[in-house]
Design a binder for this molecule. Structure first.
Ligand code: B1M
Length: 212
């Protein structure tokens, strides 16, 4: 019988081959793809997120777990029939203009993916106009901005302003983060929320969407 608990454990432990095998076994047994994702992959990544928040896991463990999750996810994704699993939301994410740091942003993106969101990753050095374009095109409900340099933080404000100018500010929750970023900066620039780490970012987005 398909063991989704073992699949979650394989993700937590970053055992890519085992995660793939357990996923394939569950598929072969006819377990619904949505159940594999929710009770195996997302369940595993939620534990990883908790451990990361509590400093029981560090960046390498999270990256290895995310790699296991993503390779198992690749087996399930083609089987998902339209609407079988409702994404929790669509997140447009990127590191802001002028900033090339992407390690933290990638962790945040992986946590969102592992948390059941559709993620559009614009990578690094993303201009306010690119954020605005991607939010409109994908009908995103969260835009997640990362900055690691004090000199690029103002681009977060420029992005909020560009969303206002494009008339789509009300359609999207703006979440910001990165080492130099603070809650008070989020308030100052009119963002909806700030998160200090990747796992909290997913929690914060859920909170913002619930109160939207
Ligand atoms: Co750069 N760098 N760097 N760097 N770099 C810092 C950030 C710096 C603090 C180092 C220092 O001087 N002590 C400093 C910034 C100083 C400042 O502005 N206050 C700095 C500098 C100055 C620079 C350059 C200007 C250096 C130069 O060329 N003279 C240059 C800038 C290039 C550019 O971006 N235009 C530069 C370049 C680089 C590398 C290319 C060499 C490399 C980046 C490689 C890459 O990302 N692919 C690099 C690195 C690795 C660092 C340090 C060492 C590590 C950053 C990192 O990846 N941390 C960093 C010093 C440090 O932080 N100790 C430094 C690990 C990562 C998991 O953490 O990114 O903080 P972090 O992400 C966390 C949270 O912040 C949060 O969640 C993540 C996981 O918990 N988070 C979010 C991040 N985004 C979030 C978004 C959210 C929510 C949470 O919601 C949307």
């Amino acid at each position: 019988m398909a063991d989704l608990q073992a699949l979650a454990e394989a993700v937590i432990n970053g055992q890519m081959e085992q995660a793939e095998e357990l996923t394939q076994a569950a598929i072969d047994e006819g377990v619904r793809p949505g159940q594999i994702i929710n009770d195996g992959l997302i369940a595993g990544m939620s534990v990883v997120g908790e451990k990361f928040k509590n400093n029981e896991f560090y960046v390498p463990e999270v990256l290895i777990a995310a790699r296991a999750m993503q390779s198992a996810m690749a087996k399930v994704k083609p089987l998902l029939t339209e609407g079988e699993i409702e994404p929790k939301g669509t997140v447009v994410i990127g590191t802001v203009k002028g900033d090339l740091h992407d390690i933290g942003k990638n962790l945040v993106a992986m946590m969102f993916e592992g948390g059941g969101y559709d993620v559009i990753d614009l990578e690094v050095d993303v201009s306010p106009e690119q954020f605005v374009g991607a939010v409109s095109e994908n009908n995103a409900n969260v835009v997640a901005l990362s900055a690691l340099l004090t000199t690029t933080m103002p681009s977060m404000k420029d992005t909020v302003d560009a969303l206002v100018e494009a008339g789509i500010r009300d359609q999207v929750r703006v979440l910001i983060g990165g080492a130099p970023v603070t809650q008070s900066y989020a308030e100052e620039i009119g963002a909806d929320g700030y998160a200090p780490d990747a796992a909290s970012a997913v929690d914060k987005a859920a909170e913002l969407l619930a109160s939207a």
